[in-house]
Design a protein around this ligand. Structure first.
Ligand code: ATP
Ligand code: MG
Length: 564
């Protein structure tokens, strides 16, 4: 993995990012015995997207770099939206990306008993109380940035009463939302999170792991830091929206006197033409705007995998993006650059014709087949060569022929010569049209001395076309993708729903494609370059009877160009 990373980088030594700096300082000072322990804490309420990949590449990456460990911890504190199917999908994605949490698979729900005990400790210290205000009533007590909140009428309950009520909350004596447990901190704090935050609420709901054992569930803030602490996490890396939560994170740890995990925040990954909210991605799935979480247009890891992205390209992308302290938006073209870089080196070149028109070589013997040698990958000699059949009837791309070409059209036109890749030079003699005036056949002659392996082949012609032999070609379906949104910031318009910006042309299905016979044995997810057309892979739907390919990305690189 390090190798791939290095290949995409320049030779200059990279300076440390600010998180690596903190970790190195801590190690130097011998903090926590110079131990580094991180965690990735997904909530199992949806599939992971590329933003999560950035987070866990960092969590696992820091641990790897400094000889530490990284835990996988499911933050499963909300029974209503969470599900084991998401747990399984998340694990599959992290493994696919090349990371291993070994036996350290944890769940916040593993700590429900501990958290309950911690709550009792706070109550006994007079630092937490059972509040009976409804959500609306709590809102009505809220002050402003400059004015404190009004105290809840239940704020000064006796410790004994609090202990009794909290236990009865746990025992299921009260209906949903009728009571909460709140920390007693500072109603005048300039940080709203410190104004008596809620620790527990009542939810009579079945949990995917703890079943019906609990009817009180901890809030995120109450669960997260203590889970980190329980696991001995040294550096708890999270995104910037948690900055205002940090004082609370530290307050809980101090009050409980438990292991002092440290929270460090970095900027989340935002990608142009994409949305990253799980809730909104779920809407796209549920409302049928895409075919599922693994739709190749989705920014999910399931979607990217199906689309033909490789783990190496995604890791290289997260490296290239770097770690920032301020919010920014990354051009999606940069992600496309990374997959091109990767596939250029690794993907075998094959010939496929997406929009075929028949080409007949009039002076080629009928019934004859020749096997012509062609290289599998000009970027990688070790990939070797293969034989492709040539015969009298071929297919070429309809777009590669024009009856009345403009200037500088270097493809095929009447009276004009082009080379067929790895084969012969041909010359267009005539065309045959159907009743509607559509070209049915292009008739050409070939120059038998011009085979690309022979000395005469030095003869130069301006264009080279890809092709397949008609009797040998396999039928295929090819799916072309465009961006799912037509706006660079679909989620950033105040008076518009993000769904208004869904690109109606994000999927084009071509059902009459022809591909070379070597693809008969292509396996699901194999990566290929279709000569002149882009990078493709074999879709999950593909069968030997019906081949299906996705276009991962086109050949043209806009991002590298932009960078000069
Ligand atoms: P959503 O807000 O869409 O529900 P989330 O951030 O709450 O997503 P979690 O499952 O809680 O989803 O995220 C797990 C971890 O991934 C968190 O530490 C979070 O900070 C990080 N993360 C989520 N989105 C991004 C992103 N776009 N870039 C970097 N890290 C992210
Ligand atoms: Mg979250």
């Amino acid at each position: 993995m390090t190798d791939e990373k290095e290949e995409l980088k320049t030779d200059e030594p990279k300076s440390l990012n600010f998180i690596e700096q903190i970790v190195e300082e801590d190690m130097k000072s011998g903090k926590h015995g110079a131990r580094v322990h991180t965690r990735f804490p997904p909530e199992p309420n949806g599939y992971l997207h590329i933003g999560h990949a950035k987070a866990f590449c960092l969590d696992f990456g820091i641990a790897q770099k400094y000889g530490g460990q990284c835990n996988l911890r499911f933050d499963d504190t909300n029974p209503i939206t969470e599900d084991t199917s998401y747990v399984d999908a998340i694990k599959k994605d992290i493994r696919w990306m090349g990371f291993d949490w070994e036996d350290r698979e944890y769940y916040a729900s593993d700590y429900f008993d501990t958290l309950y005990e911690y709550a009792i400790q706070l109550i006994k210290k007079g630092k937490a109380y059972v509040c009976e205000l409804s959500a609306e009533e709590v809102n009505a007590t809220r002050g402003t940035d400059f004015e404190p909140d009004k105290p809840s009428p239940y704020r000064d309950r006796s410790i004994g009463e609090n202990l009794d009520l909290f236990q009865r909350m746990k025992n299921g004596e009260f209906p949903n939302d009728s009571k909460t447990l709140r920390a007693k901190i500072d109603l005048a704090s300039t940080n709203m999170h410190m104004r008596d935050p809620i620790l527990y609420r009542i939810r009579h709901a079945h949990h995917h792991r703890t079943g019906d054992k609990w009817c009180i569930y901890p809030m995120y803030d109450w669960a997260h830091g203590q889970s980190d602490s329980t696991e001995g996490i040294t550096h708890s890396l999270c995104t910037l929206e948690f900055v205002p939560h940090r004082p609370l994170y530290e307050w809980f740890i101090n009050e409980l006197g438990i292991f002092p995990s440290r929270q460090i925040e970095f900027a989340r990954l935002n990608l142009s033409y994409t949305i990253m909210s799980k809730r909104k991605l779920l809407q796209l799935v549920n409302e049928g705007h895409v075919k599922g979480w693994d739709d190749p247009r989705m920014p999910t890891l399931h979607g990217l995998r199906r689309r033909g992205y490789t783990p190496g390209s995604i890791r290289a992308f997260t490296e290239l993006v770097g770690i920032a302290k301020r919010e920014n938006v990354i051009d999606v073209a940069m992600l496309e650059f990374c997959i091109r870089e990767d596939l250029n080196k690794t993907a075998p070149r094959v010939m496929a014709v997406l929009n075929p028109v028949k080409l007949i070589v009039d002076n080629y013997p009928e019934g004859k087949t020749e096997e012509l040698e062609t290289v599998n990958n000009p970027e990688d000699e070790s990939a070797g060569t293969r034989m492709i059949p040539f015969s009298r009837e071929l297919y070429i791309e309809r777009d590669d022929f024009m009856e009345e070409p403009p200037k500088k059209f270097f493809r095929l036109s009447p009276g004009n010569e082009v080379r067929l890749k790895s084969a012969y030079i041909i010359k267009c003699e005539s065309v045959v049209k159907d009743a509607d005036g559509q070209i049915k056949e292009i008739h050409v002659t070939y120059d038998p001395t011009s085979h690309s392996g022979s000395p005469e082949s030095q003869r130069k012609v301006k264009g080279t076309l890809h092709w397949v032999s008609a009797p040998h070609a396999l039928d295929a379906e090819v799916r072309l993708y465009d961006r799912l949104f037509s706006d660079p910031d679909p989620d950033g318009h105040k008076d518009h729903d993000f769904k208004e910006f869904i690109n109606p042309n994000s999927l084009t299905i071509l059902t009459h494609c022809k591909v070379e016979p070597s693809l008969k044995n292509a396996a699901i997810l194999d990566h290929l370059q279709f000569t002149r057309l882009g990078y493709f892979n074999v879709d999950d739907d593909s069968t030997p009877e019906k081949l299906v390919f996705n276009r991962t990305v086109g050949l043209k690189d806009t991002w590298a160009k932009m960078m000069g």
